[in-house]
Design a protein around this ligand. Sequence first.
Ligand SMILES: CC(C)(COP(=O)(O)OP(=O)(O)OC[C@H]1O[C@@H](n2cnc3c(N)ncnc32)[C@H](O)[C@@H]1OP(=O)(O)O)[C@@H](O)C(=O)NCCC(=O)NCCS
Length: 178
Amino acid sequence: MDFFVELREPSACSAPDLDRFKRLVRKGEEVRLQTLDSLVSHALVLALVRVGAEEAAVGALKRPNPLYRKKVFAKAGVADPERFGHELGWVYVEEAFRGRGIAPAIVGALVAHLPQASAYATSLEVNLPMHRALELHGFARAGKPYASTRPNKMLLLFLRTSVDDVYSEAAVTPKEFT
Ligand SMILES: CC(C)(COP(=O)(O)OP(=O)(O)OC[C@H]1O[C@@H](n2cnc3c(N)ncnc32)[C@H](O)[C@@H]1OP(=O)(O)O)[C@@H](O)C(=O)NCCC(=O)NCCS
């Protein structure tokens, strides 16, 4: 099964394309419908996946609302939200196309498009395929699980930091020099 991840800025999408994008996003988890139109039009880039003529999946690099981002990081107990200018999210794969590596391919295409390497993402604690898709492309769990606005659901924060950040934060001395 061949699929192709197309990245497009929202301004380069037709109104019907945007409607199709949002239809799939609304099927996903943790979507705030009140702000969806505005967040989609302000997104850095949208990922659209087709299999043949069928729309199979979506994802995006979002420009998060700073206040919302601050709350997410505070709930996860993680500092410096302002270091993370983009959120990778709205990943949704239609059921018929799951289990074929589409989510990892979306994350990979979006990460390659990041202007600077750092980004964050959130995912339900139980969503192991999404964790795997993020981890395959440099994201790692950060902080502690926190309660979703939906009952009985816990979320996790994932961070991707630039190679420079990782190096300086780790401040490691290689074993062979100790
Ligand atoms: C979560 C979701 C995006 C995954 O998409 P997908 O294209 O089916 O992902 P895949 O299963 O093909 O690939 C994910 C990876 O997780 C692995 N995986 C799948 N199930 C797993 C499990 N239970 N435990 C651990 N790893 C798992 C896969 O093997 C694959 O890794 P690999 O490439 O190393 O083999 C899809 O199920 C979905 O759209 N769910 C509803 C919306 C949603 O949850 N979106 C995420 C919002 S953050």
